[in-house]
Design a binder for this molecule. Structure first.
Ligand SMILES: *Cc1c(COP(=O)(O)O)cnc(C)c1O
Length: 358
């Protein structure tokens, strides 16, 4: 039996995609082999690789002056790749809005003069600071933000204006949940295992004019240009993960694209936040205007009740809803693949639990 999986990542995939992948598992499109067994230089894989790029470009309206690559190492490797690829003056400005933003900031400090421009750590990352153009150093090589904070459940409701300074965004947990104006960013990166596909592949969207700024010590494998020149095929790519991600892209396209996903994501998140805000039992502490559509942390009146909630929810088929250890309580990750029915089932369970334990 399939459960409603509220995991922050790896997380749910659309059932029709899993079924399609299953049907092609041992014989992909008459090739007589699985994508898992296939040379990345073979014609069928070249087609998958091309399709991955073109579908994602279409879904996010990525302009021609940006390349899209599919690489390994997760978003965490991009924490290092960003300074290694963009450092010229040796200064970078970071906005620290959560645990991943902080990790990225720390990594950058190894390679450049990384400065924290603004942070919301003073209130345990429950809001997104408002920054202005003047807050950044004029000669900063780039500004880095984490667009959706997976652990703390916050999201930018604006794109910081950095003027001519390239804006770099970690969109691991929100990519494809909303339409974005890619031209406002220099670089966008995202690990796939939150809202795209299986773990193992990382998306990097990088403006063409930013590809010649890599530091001499930048490892060949982390240099974006290595992969943009070779269309993500410099070395053996994560073929299987890229293939499944491509099937997800196709599924999104066939179901109204990012716009339709966003409308459904808004509907799901609103149902859940409205219920939490109307209840005296559950609390979400994130500033209302900065709340994430994808990750909804909440607590009950006590850690004991939180533990009981997680255990009983699991038995009711609502799994992986325990909050991150830095926040405690619960966290419902409701990415694109979470059906509306899953959120309704969660709310029904929350009502029942409240009645029994209030
Ligand atoms: C999960 C996550 C990461 C880390 O991703 P890995 O692929 O595990 O390296 C980084 N940033 C954000 C916003 C995330 O949600």
């Amino acid at each position: 039996m399939r459960v409603y999986n509220f995991s922050a990542g790896p997380s749910m995939l659309p059932l029709p995609v899993l079924e399609k992948v299953q049907s092609q598992l041992i014989d992909y499109n008459g090739s007589g082999m699985s994508v898992m067994e296939m040379s990345h230089r073979s014609k069928p894989y070249q087609e998958i690789n091309d399709k991955a790029e073109s579908l994602l470009r279409e879904l996010l309206s990525v302009p021609e002056n940006y390349d899209i690559i599919f690489v390994q190492g997760g978003a965490s490797t991009q924490f290092e790749a960003v300074p290694l690829n963009l450092t010229v003056n040796g200064k970078a400005d970071y906005i620290v809005t959560g645990n991943f933003a902080k990790k990225a900031f720390k990594e950058a400090g190894k390679y450049t003069d990384a400065r924290c421009v603004a942070s919301s750590e003073d209130k345990n990352f429950t809001y997104i600071p408002k920054v202005k153009r003047d807050d950044f150093r004029k000669d900063a090589d780039y500004v880095h933000i984490c667009f959706n904070n997976t652990i703390f459940g916050s999201h930018y409701n604006y794109v910081p204006d950095t003027g001519d300074i390239p804006l770099v965004a970690d969109m691991s947990s929100c990519i494809l949940s909303e339409e974005i104006d890619v031209s406002k960013f220099g670089v966008i990166y995202a690990g796939a295992q939150k809202n795209v596909g299986p773990a193992g592949v990382t998306i990097v969207i990088v403006r063409k004019d930013l590809q010649d700024r890599f530091m001499p010590i930048c490892p060949t494998m982390l240099r974006w240009k290595t992969q943009t020149e070779q269309k993500s095929l410099y070395n053996t790519p994560p073929c299987w993960s890229t293939y499944v991600a491509t099937e997800v892209f196709q599924y999104l396209k066939d179901n109204g694209g990012v716009k339709a996903m966003h409308e459904r994501d808004v509907e799901k998140a609103k149902m859940l936040y409205d219920y939490i805000d109307g209840s005296d039992f559950y609390t979400n502490n994130v500033a209302k205007e900065d709340r994430s559509l994808m990750n909804v942390p909440f607590v009950s009146p006590s850690p004991e009740l939180d533990a009981k909630f997680v255990a009983e929810a699991g038995k009711a088929g609502l799994v992986s809803i325990k909050g991150h250890r830095l926040v405690g309580g619960m966290r419902a990750s409701i990415y694109n693949a979470m059906p509306v029915e899953g959120v309704k089932a969660l709310i029904e369970f929350m009502k029942k639990f409240e009645k029994e334990n209030a």
